[in-house]
Structures are given as C-alpha cells and as structure tokens.
Design a protein around this ligand. Structure first.
Ligand code: G3H
Ligand code: 13P
Ligand code: NA
Ligand code: ZN
Length: 328
C-alpha cells in the first residue's frame, strides 16, 4: 500500500537502518525499484522531482504508482515529491496521491539562499500545517546542496554553485537545525554536509575534510527525534563509468559518496538517502552496451529490458547496504 513517509522513517529509526529514496520518471524505473523491493523484502521510497512530474505527466505517474501498489500489496510504498519549490507544488503533489512532500525552502527563486531563514520557515511551516492535516509527511531542507540548478556541472570539491560563500556557510548549522525543526515541525530534515547533486561531485575520493559526517553526528544529538536526509548520495561507481565509456560514452573521471560514508551517516540518524545518478548511469550503460554490441536490434524492449535490470541491481545493492532489506 501507499503509506506516509513518517511511518517508514520511524520504523527505520527504531531499527537503525536507512532507506534509499530513488527518483523515477517512467514505468521501467518504477518496475526496477519494485522488483528490487520484492527480491530483498524492502519497503520503498519512490520520488519524483518537478521535472519528473512534467516529463511523465501527473496522471501517468499517478496510475503507475497505483499499479505498483496493486501488484505489490505487501510492500509499503512512499510516493514523495522531491525538491518541491513552493507550497503550491507540494499541494498539487498531494492532490495526485503523493504520501510525502519535500518543501525545499533553501531554494528561493531557484537559487540557494542559505541566509533566508525566515522565508524557509514560513513556506515549510505552511506546508507542514496543511500536509499533516491530510496525513502526508514533510521533508524540509536547511543548508545548500551544490548543483541542483546547474544540472550537475563540474565540482571541484563539493562546494556547489555558490562560490561566493565559504564551505562552512553552505553546510547545515546544528543550532539552526534545532531551531528549524522546532519552528516548522518537519518529519525529516535534509542536511548539507558537502554532497552535491549529479555525477560530478568530487575529483578525488572524498575524505573527512569535504564530507562532514561529524556534523551529522552533532545534528542528530540535538535532534534525536527528527529523521535526517542525505541528498546527492549517489556513489558514482567506477564500473558504471567504465561501461558507459567503454561503449561510446564520454564521462570524465569522477567520484561520488562512498557507501561506507553513508553507512556512517545511518549510524547517526540518517534515515533517507537520495539516489538518482547511480540509476541513471546504470540504465545508460546498459542501453549503450546493448545497442553497441547488437547494432542490428531496434525493438524497444531489447534495450529497455537490460536497462531496467541494471537499475534493479543498483537498487538491490543500495537496499542491502542501507539495511532496509528484510524490513517490508
Ligand atoms: O534532485 C535531483 C534529482 O536527481 C532529480 O533530478 O530534477 O533532473 O529530475 P531532475
Ligand atoms: P544524486 O544526484 O547523487 O543521485 O542525488 C539525487 C538527489 O539528491 C535527489 O534529490
Ligand atoms: Na526529497
Ligand atoms: Zn536532492
């Protein structure tokens, strides 16, 4: 069944695991996640960005989610709006049957404005009040994650698009996090600890100076009852970069967030981990490989099937590593 996100996050907190939240745009991606969930007995969080909703059209997406719930009656499914940019966006998602919404009040006029605390509280609180009255969970965000608007441009060190600000100013301040949760009543809080969206997060394997796990620990101490969310958490596996490049792709060498780092976060209150890029790369690699090695093929199913299977394998790997497997 479709369930509010709070239900899954509370269970994850009680049992010390994390839940991957995978982005979707079409039927095959939803099928990949549900097949992975069946195989690993996992509860799932499926999320759609504003771009995904406009690409897939709300009605198609709504019926695909209903199909997932019908075909997998034993698996709890959250349908989450990723990076809602206004109360209107969040309400339109709720009207479409989403069971959770993110009000990303760190985005203002489509740019990161870490200083505008009052704006962030006002829009987030507004969404919490109306979403909770409708049985829907809410995720907020405090701090700046790199590269959402620039579409994943080259990152030197995870600072993101807002170069004028220092590294520290972009990351979530623990005092402010404590105040923000008290002021808004969000169920989950996305924190900035040095990750960024897209494939180009780091030019070398990240260590403690760019990925601030200590900050998560500190925030969790202040907020034992609020679930923490890590965005930009794709691991950008070398083998997926290699498959893409082996079959005609041109991706520059890059590094993502190591799974071991995410596991450290889960020990300190991270309950939702957003992953999109890894699945994009898995599907793209599979399509490139099939069309490259079988250039005579043109049945859409010939390349959709390996793409769906590749995404399923990525989902299984994350569900297992984050500990949600066995918890459906
Ligand atoms: O938030 C970022 C997700 O990867 C979704 O990306 O906005 O291109 O659909 P998108
Ligand atoms: P990645 O680009 O690292 O997969 O992050 C996705 C995300 O945070 C979606 O909100
Ligand atoms: Na989100
Ligand atoms: Zn995100």
């Amino acid at each position: 069944p479709l369930v509010p996100m709070r239900l899954l996050l509370d269970h994850a907190a009680e049992n010390n695991y994390g839940l991957a939240a995978f982005n979707v745009n079409n039927m095959e991606q939803i099928q990949a996640i549900m097949a992975a969930a069946e195989e690993t007995d996992s509860p799932v969080i499926i999320q759609a960005s504003r771009g995904a909703r406009s690409y897939s059209q709300d009605a198609y997406l709504r019926h695909l989610m209903l199909a997932a719930a019908e075909l997998h009656p034993k698996i709890p499914i959250v349908m989450h709006q990723d990076h809602g940019n206004s109360p209107d966006t969040c309400q339109s998602a709720i009207d479409q049957g989403f069971t959770s919404v993110m009000m990303d009040g760190s985005l203002k006029e489509d740019g990161c404005s870490p200083g505008d605390y009052a704006y962030n509280v006002a829009v987030t609180k507004k969404v919490v009040d109306s979403a909770h009255a409708q049985g829907v969970s809410v995720e907020g965000e405090l701090g700046c994650l790199g590269s959402l608007e620039t579409g994943g441009g080259e990152q030197e060190d995870g600072h993101g698009a807002t170069e004028a600000l220092s590294h520290d100013q972009l990351l979530t301040d623990p005092d402010e996090a404590e105040r923000f949760v008290a002021d808004t009543g969000v169920d989950a809080l996305a924190v900035a600890i040095g990750t960024s969206h897209g494939a180009y997060k780091f030019t070398k394997k990240p260590t403690g100076d760019v990925l601030d796990m200590g900050r998560i620990e500190e925030i969790h101490k202040r907020l034992p009852n609020c679930h923490l969310v890590m965005h930009g958490s794709s691991s950008v596996p070398q083998e997926l970069q290699d498959i893409i490049n082996q079959y005609g792709g041109e991706m520059k060498q890059t590094y993502g967030v190591p799974v071991e780092e995410i596991q450290k976060g889960i020990k300190h209150g991270v309950r939702k981990i957003n992953v999109d890029t890894d699945n994009r790369m898995a599907m793209t690699g599979a399509v490139r490989k099939l069309l490259f090695t079988s250039p005579e093929k043109f049945d859409v199913r010939d390349w959709m099937k390996p793409a769906r299977e590749a995404m399923k394998q990525t989902c299984i790997a994350r569900m297992t590593a984050f500990g949600q497997a066995g918890n459906a």
